[in-house]
Design a protein around this ligand. Sequence first.
Ligand SMILES: *[C@@H]1O[C@H](CO)[C@@H](O)[C@H](O)[C@H]1NC(C)=O
Ligand SMILES: *[C@@H]1O[C@H](CO)[C@@H](O)[C@H](O)[C@H]1NC(C)=O
Ligand SMILES: *[C@@H]1O[C@H](CO)[C@@H](O)[C@H](O)[C@H]1NC(C)=O
Ligand SMILES: *[C@@H]1O[C@H](CO)[C@@H](O)[C@H](O)[C@H]1NC(C)=O
Ligand SMILES: *[C@@H]1O[C@H](CO)[C@@H](O)[C@H](O)[C@H]1NC(C)=O
Ligand SMILES: *[C@@H]1O[C@H](CO)[C@@H](O)[C@H](O)[C@H]1NC(C)=O
Ligand SMILES: *[C@@H]1O[C@H](CO)[C@@H](O)[C@H](O)[C@H]1NC(C)=O
Length: 410
Amino acid sequence: MGSVPLLLVGLLALASYLFALHSNSDGIEMVMEEDELFGLFEVMGGLLEDPGWAQAHPQPCTDTPWPGVQCEISHDPPIFHVTKIHIGPDVLSPPCKSSAHLSESLLKLPFLKTLSIINCFVTSPVTLPTTLFGTFSSLEHLALQSNPTLYGEIPQSLGEVASLRVLKLVTEQLTGTNPQTNCLIGRMPQDFGKLKRLVLLDLSHNFINGPIPENLSDLEVLEYLLIDDNPIKTGVPLFVGHLKKLTLVSFSGCGLDGPIPNSLTLLKNLTALALDNNSLNGSIPSNLGSLPNLDQLNLSHNKLSGMLQLPEDFIERLGKRLDVKGNTGLCISNQIYHKNISLYLELPACLNSTIEPRNGNSLADETPEDNEGLKPHIGRVSSISASRLGREVFSFSLVVKFVFCFLEFF
Ligand SMILES: *[C@@H]1O[C@H](CO)[C@@H](O)[C@H](O)[C@H]1NC(C)=O
Ligand SMILES: *[C@@H]1O[C@H](CO)[C@@H](O)[C@H](O)[C@H]1NC(C)=O
Ligand SMILES: *[C@@H]1O[C@H](CO)[C@@H](O)[C@H](O)[C@H]1NC(C)=O
Ligand SMILES: *[C@@H]1O[C@H](CO)[C@@H](O)[C@H](O)[C@H]1NC(C)=O
Ligand SMILES: *[C@@H]1O[C@H](CO)[C@@H](O)[C@H](O)[C@H]1NC(C)=O
Ligand SMILES: *[C@@H]1O[C@H](CO)[C@@H](O)[C@H](O)[C@H]1NC(C)=O
Ligand SMILES: *[C@@H]1O[C@H](CO)[C@@H](O)[C@H](O)[C@H]1NC(C)=O
């Protein structure tokens, strides 16, 4: 029986790795592997200002916790593993250091499920090393938000992290801070199609070029796709129409051109669609109005044209959450024009219509109380997506943003 000596050797090896040995209230011995603990110390040392973090938190999973670190116990053997590291405005002490970076020691944390670093890389340039990601990783949630000195390409190896469910490499406005943008460039990795468990992909406010790889059509469980404010400059990607679980799709300010594909009308679970501030042309597919769950539709500031063919009950249901402003070629039928639902559409009656069009302003003057009644919608509209929050403040042109990204810290 060769397995007994092997087991003994294994136990001895394990024993030599044991660290911070102590008992919990049930008297069960809890331990953490030394390699993992030191890995955590190195990762925190790479991020935080306080060089004494390790001394202050020698047992971060038990006796000396820190709010940004979470651990879980594996049952066999019963030892602690670091499963979450979070740095952000809600965990302010100690702050990130000016040379904050992602340590390769992350590789010593094989049980890490959540890594979220918000507004931490603000002084020294930081890239995402290819070596940090791969099939070995068990990351489910990666959020690197509002880190203005995070730059460079998104590594292909991120596509190997099959466990990934949430990927946010995005800028969000944080209360009490100046808005700061991530500066990721280049194409989206081809291998992203392998992220079969991905539910949320948010790459808003970066400098990511199109085309977006069509193999994203393999992301079968994707529900949230937010690409706002990147120079994609292609047509609306066709794969979007294949992702049947999508509930929120947002490509605002992506330089998209061509038509709104009919395939979007297959997304029965869609609740919000934002294609505003692009150069889309052609007509608005009338079937968008038969999507049962669609509750927010922003097609403003494009080159859409023709008569608005959306069903009247749809237009009525959405109210101000339907935004088609800023499409000079778009008009509505006289029939709708003369109902008060047309007020906020801000569209003229189609020229070939028979009844003389009225001026939108005079109609508004006649019914001021109706405008009042519509006001509560504005609040709901503004909650369309968190990534939209920073929009108004972020009116950099792409060129200005590019310069901001690459000249600021070089
Ligand atoms: C994605 O498609 C490209 C070609 O468009 C191909 O080279 C690549 O191997 C594909 N990747 C995956 C993961 O299927
Ligand atoms: C749409 O949403 C419902 C309820 O959330 C869900 O049961 C259904 O599977 C979804 N449809 C698709 C195609 O995913
Ligand atoms: C639509 O997008 C534009 C920016 O392109 C924004 O100003 C407007 O508030 C949005 N409309 C709605 C209803 O969210
Ligand atoms: C939309 O724009 C493209 C050029 O970007 C042009 O070729 C096409 O004819 C336009 N379609 C319509 C319906 O205007
Ligand atoms: C009126 O003109 C619009 C384009 O301006 C067109 O879409 C619509 O079909 C026309 N309607 C009729 C009845 O000709
Ligand atoms: C105008 O809209 C208000 C609600 O916004 C509604 O109560 C009223 O009946 C509408 N008037 C007409 C003539 O449709
Ligand atoms: C529209 O998109 C451009 C980038 O294409 C951006 O610079 C601008 O701020 C956006 N406008 C609005 C109102 O979001």
